[in-house]
Design a protein around this ligand. Structure first.
Ligand code: NDP
Length: 311
């Protein structure tokens, strides 16, 4: 069985930053990339707020830089997904792709978060068919130029994406489940004053229509009970994210939304030798730069933990 000093699970900004620091500290980190190598930035276009790139950078290009830097210090980056863990034992046990078992002195969890879906049968079916259901307007909005679309959600993400879509599409329906937004006042104002965004308050989606591609949606007003059909070609969902922490349940303390709880001013979890960074433990900031920052912290915490244990 393979034994590793520092195992990093996940390959977004948090995981790669942890890798750079751990490798330079000679912890010989091994990283398993997970299901979406590079994480959420791989499905982003322009990133304008990552310091060090004064004219902006494309998300995939930024992740290529992260990767190159981690490889330069000899991080062992592997394809594969952690599918099961046992954190009760020392060293920690982790299974990759349901078969390979690894033991590790330290584990850095950097598994990030994934977009949430409404859970409607029609939504999931059309999403799986690639038929016009998406959780990323910036990635897929381009395909709906000159067409009509809908977006569900009332947070900052939904407002930002609705505004983005309004520049490409002739019309954007914004489906808001309450009679008010959750987004900041500035973002609300932006969508409320954009002429081709129609906000449907107190509304829920009953069905996304279309056999192979999106053709429309049935929207119910939850106050009047009226159901309205809208004709659309694209259906976007922007209702928040779910941290990818399922395999750690039962071992690692989490909050009610399944974000990992870390000790104040550190990346330590309730389990000695297991550290968490990035969106898997951050529901507040959720930025590439904050993920990278906590990735750095996780590697430093792992290094200090190992030093204290006499490794
Ligand atoms: P949020 O959790 O803030 O908002 C999710 C929205 O989706 C809410 O309006 C919620 O409705 C709605 N929603 C949730 N579930 C459903 C459902 N089943 N059906 C219909 N609607 C649903 O997520 P965001 O991704 O918008 O933002 C996450 C964090 O990132 C926030 O802190 C936000 O401020 C931040 N952010 C900041 C940006 C910026 O400053 N530029 C840009 C993007 C994000 P309800 O309100 O009724 O609960």
């Amino acid at each position: 069985m393979e034994h590793i000093q520092c195992l990093i699970i996940g390959s977004g900004p948090a995981g790669y930053t942890a890798a750079v620091y751990a490798a330079r500290a000679d912890l010989k980190p091994v990283m398993y990339e997970g299901m979406e190598p590079g994480g959420q930035l791989m499905i982003t276009t322009e990133v304008e707020n990552y310091p060090g790139f004064p004219t902006g950078v494309q998300g995939p290009e930024l992740m290529a830089h992260f990767r190159e830097q981690a490889l330069r210090f000899k991080t062992d980056v592997r394809i594969g997904m952690a599918t099961k863990v046992d954190f009760n034992s020392t060293p920690k046990r982790v299974w990759i792709d349901n078969e390979k078992e690894i033991t590790a002195d330290t584990v850095i969890i950097a598994t990030g978060a994934s977009a949430k879906w409404l859970g409607l049968e029609s939504e999931i079916r059309l999403r799986n068919l690639g038929g016009g259901v998406s959780a990323c307007a910036v990635c897929d909005g381009f395909f709906y130029r000159g067409k009509e679309v809908a977006i569900v959600g009332a947070g900052d993400t939904a407002c930002e994406e609705a505004h983005y879509l309004s520049k490409l599409c002739t019309k954007v329906y914004m489906i808001v489940r309450r009679d008010q937004f959750r987004a900041s006042k500035a973002m609300q104002h932006r969508v409320q004053t954009t002429p081709n965004i129609e906000i449907l308050y107190s509304s829920e989606t009953q069905e996304v229509q279309g056999e192979h591609v999106v053709e429309g949606a049935l929207i119910k007003n939850t106050i009047t009970g009226d159901v309205r059909q809208i004709k659309i070609d694209g259906f976007f969902v922007a209702i928040g994210h779910q941290p990818n922490t399922g395999i750690f349940k039962g071992f690692i303390d989490m909050d009610e939304q399944e974000y990992i709880i870390t000790q104040p001013d550190s990346t330590k979890t309730n389990i000695e030798g297991v550290f968490a960074c990035g969106d898997a433990q951050d529901k507040i900031y959720r930025q590439a730069i904050t993920a990278a920052g906590t990735g750095c912290m996780a590697a430093l915490d792992a290094e200090r933990y190992l030093a204290a244990k006499g490794h």
